[in-house]
Design a protein around this ligand. Sequence first.
Ligand SMILES: *Cc1c(COP(=O)(O)O)cnc(C)c1O
Length: 452
Amino acid sequence: MEFVSTRGGGTPVTFTEALARGLAPDGGLYVPRQLPLLASNLLVEDALPYPALAWDFLSLFDTDHDSELLIDLIDRSYGNFSDTMNAPLQQLADNLFVLELFHGPSLSFKDFGLQLIGNLFEEQIERTGVPINVLGATSGDTGSAAIHGLAGKKGVNVFILYPEGRIADLQERQMTCTGAKNIFPIPIQGTFDDAQAIVKELMSDLEFKEQKHLSAINSINVVRVLAQCVYYIHAYTQLPPDNRDDVNFVVPTGNFGNIFAGWMVHQMGLPVDQFIVATNQNDILYRLFNTGEYHPDVVQPSHAPSMDIQVASNFERFLYYHNEKNAKATLALMEQFKKDGSLTIPNFNSSNFSATRSTDEDILANIRRVKEDYDYVIDPHTACGFQDLNPDKTHVVLATAHPAKFPEIIKKAIGETPTEPSLEALKKKKQVTYPLEASAAAVRRFLEENGL
Ligand SMILES: *Cc1c(COP(=O)(O)O)cnc(C)c1O
């Protein structure tokens, strides 16, 4: 399968090239040239084991690796989850389900993409002999998922910047207690935006990027999106047959990566009634799907910090398909957005999408209500997915993180503190960090000294 840029520049690339590049050279995002139809037996059979389903799906797009190698990479990526179903579907009521995506090593759905990327990077390094230095900024889950995907692997060093004192204690421990020599967690004296700006500045210095073999791990990598498609099919095949006619997937959303993956599988034939974009108080996407206006606001820190985002990077992929794959029109809209800082989308059609928004009070109330009604504990991100659901429809709410990652908020909501064995073990381990001042020059020097 070939991949093209949403902005139409450059030549089409293979799966492995799209993986290695992340961003297309014209600044666009890679998308598959076509979206093939799913084989119909995938949707009628009982749920396949997760790795088998992942191979059926991913081999449509990765035509570079031979079957045996791809099977091995997939097995290694999904064999270390704590639940043998990988993404088990829990039924809370007749037509209400939760898809648990937090059984990977770092306890958020981001493991589905980043475990696979870790193994694909390792294979790339062996094949090409060229090392990789991964550079990223995180406000929590992306960093720990990337670190768990790459810790201890040969030929790769990982540098993750995060704002000192502004991420959850357990999220920090997941990054700083690995004991792996190739992991460099870097607390900076600044905000997440400062960290992100430093990464952007270093990445846009193409000479430095080339010389230090820098690679990004943020959600623009098309392979992360493809890996996330698989659990939508897996969820569907776990539903009782009576619930398969009017499925609504509810997705706690920040960068629009997770929900976009679901929408892509729908284009490939997965029967879905609606995708519900569940936002927190940072509600740019809620406003978009209600008005067609894309107006970023100031980020307000919330109880669901991994969704504290105003500019959703995967939104460009949505625009591309909204424009019926017209890359020129997509480029024009992105340029207008860059110029004006906001966008009105012509002939906006939100067809398969609707949207909800949750304040911090809603988040606490939803955690409490789900515990009272179903004796089930959800995390603050998943809680946004329980806002304003129509009780007459079948809903599958994606549980994006394990509640034990956010003990203070859960305690506040229901008076009890969930625990999880891997997090408990972290509390006794030694933290290793490499604090730096919030400047690109300081991080550049550090990369020069410690990069491969
Ligand atoms: C990253 C994250 C989200 C948002 O996912 P997007 O793909 O950016 O929409 C939601 N919940 C949790 C727990 C996350 O870590």
